[in-house]
Write a protein of this length. Structure first.
Length: 420
């Protein structure tokens, strides 16, 4: 019913849009949010149990887990560019995104057939391939559905729905582990069924974005798109890519932070999936307000502030505070606010910089720069954990994040001063 109302409002151009924070978003944004909600329930069920499943169940070392976590972040990063390029060339963003969602659903089923750390890693690499294919086309569909001044709000709505799935996923995993005898296999089975539901919802409810008008109307409809490198010449996009990459290199993966919390608290494996729930709850509550704040105060400023919050979470874990509820609440709240201030905000910052016909490719290029940096950062963090222990590794990461934040902030201030 909501989708029908939103679509009718899209067509009726003479009806003024309601004002205020509760005004309706386009049906495409809402439908994609519901697809992401369902898909994230599936994905986070697996993610919530994965660290303990690999390190405690299958005996993977911290260094190997760091490599696998990096694989999650960036090993398929270049495929984002391929998916974005195909989507822009064919104007079939929904089809490319749907292919990625379907591939991830198949991988959930494949987890039931693998039993060694590196066979699991291969399946997860294929799953990340699906995520790499779908992310940029999905974000382009969102960006093309709203005007530039409402990008932050639209992505905030989508990320709030997406994070509702991230909140429900660990709870579902916890429930399955609580009642199932073969806990991990049961988690993977339920996750696969939910992922299939997400693919069906995408096919039924998400509309394709209209093909943008060509830059040169006289050009052939089969004229080749400009090369990807020309995107980096667009004002602001190159600096945004560099900022995301520099900060991504020192972004500690949340799986490592949860493992550190589990060690500090001596938490039972059955309760481990509940740690991401706190992060997701804060992200869910903050995504829309932070998105609207970014529209008003500046998206780059909010993005940098989000990384300052992540630095706060790292410092809190390093601080000599008692291992109890205040420590858990503080770390999970800061981590949730970090995601609210960075995930959708980065895409909202890039969207208005990109022409419509290259929107997917441009967003994919930015995501690739960030993902490759996080891939390298996870490898370095896993190596530091193996060589010097978790505390020293976290201290080095926090120091690197502090220095990179200072460098990016000073660089942005100098550029602003020169342009004024």
């Amino acid at each position: 019913m909501y989708l029908s109302t939103s679509r009718a409002a899209d067509i009726a151009g003479d009806t003024p849009a309601p004002k205020g924070p509760l005004r309706a978003v386009p049906g495409t944004v809402f439908a994609l949010g519901l697809v992401s909600l369902v898909t994230d329930v599936s994905a986070e069920m697996v993610t919530a149990v994965l660290p303990l499943y690999l390190m405690a169940g299958l005996g993977m070392s911290p260094l190997a887990f760091g490599a696998l976590d990096g694989l999650h972040q960036g090993a398929t990063a270049l495929l984002r560019l391929a998916g974005g390029r195909i989507a822009d060339r064919t104007h079939r963003r929904k089809l490319v995104a749907g292919t990625g969602y379907a591939l991830s659903a198949v991988c959930k089923a494949a987890l039931l057939a693998v039993t060694t750390p590196w066979s699991v890693a291969a399946v997860l690499a294929a799953d990340r391939t699906g995520k790499g294919l779908r992310t940029a086309p999905r974000d382009a569909l969102i960006s093309l559905s709203v005007p530039p001044e409402e990008q932050g709000r639209a992505f905030g709505v989508h990320r709030a729905l997406d994070t509702a799935g991230a909140l429900l996923g660990p709870l579902a995993a916890f429930g399955v582990l609580w009642v199932a005898v073969d806990g991990y296999e049961a988690v993977f089975t339920v996750s696969c069924c939910i992922a299939v539901l997400g693919v069906v919802m995408l096919a039924l409810f998400v509309r394709e974005a209209p093909a943008p008008a060509p830059v040169q109307p006289a050009a052939s409809p089969r004229a080749p798109l400009p090369p990807v490198r020309t995107l980096l010449r667009l004002p602001g996009l190159r600096r945004l890519c560099l900022t995301a990459a520099v900060l991504g290199l020192f972004t500690v993966g949340d799986a490592f932070l949860y493992l550190l919390l589990q060690r500090r608290l001596d938490l039972s494996a059955a309760y481990f999936p509940l740690l991401p729930v706190g992060t997701a709850a804060v992200f869910l509550l903050a995504a829309l307000p932070v998105g609207r704040l970014a529209d008003r105060l500046g998206r780059r400023r909010v993005f940098l502030g989000g990384h300052a919050l992540l630095l706060g979470a790292c410092l809190l874990l390093l601080a000599p505070v008692p291992a109890g509820a205040p420590l858990v609440a503080g770390v999970l709240a800061l981590l949730g606010l970090f995601y609210a201030a960075t995930d959708g905000v980065l895409m909202a910052a890039a969207g208005p910089l990109l022409p419509a016909e290259l929107r997917t490719t441009g967003l994919a290029a930015l995501q690739t720069a960030q993902a490759l940096a996080r891939f390298a950062g996870s490898l370095l963090f896993g190596a530091a954990w193996t060589l010097w222990g978790p505390g020293q590794a976290l201290g080095l990461a926090a120091g690197g994040l502090l220095l990179s934040l200072a460098a990016v902030t000073v660089s942005g201030g100098r550029r602003t001063g020169r342009s004024s």
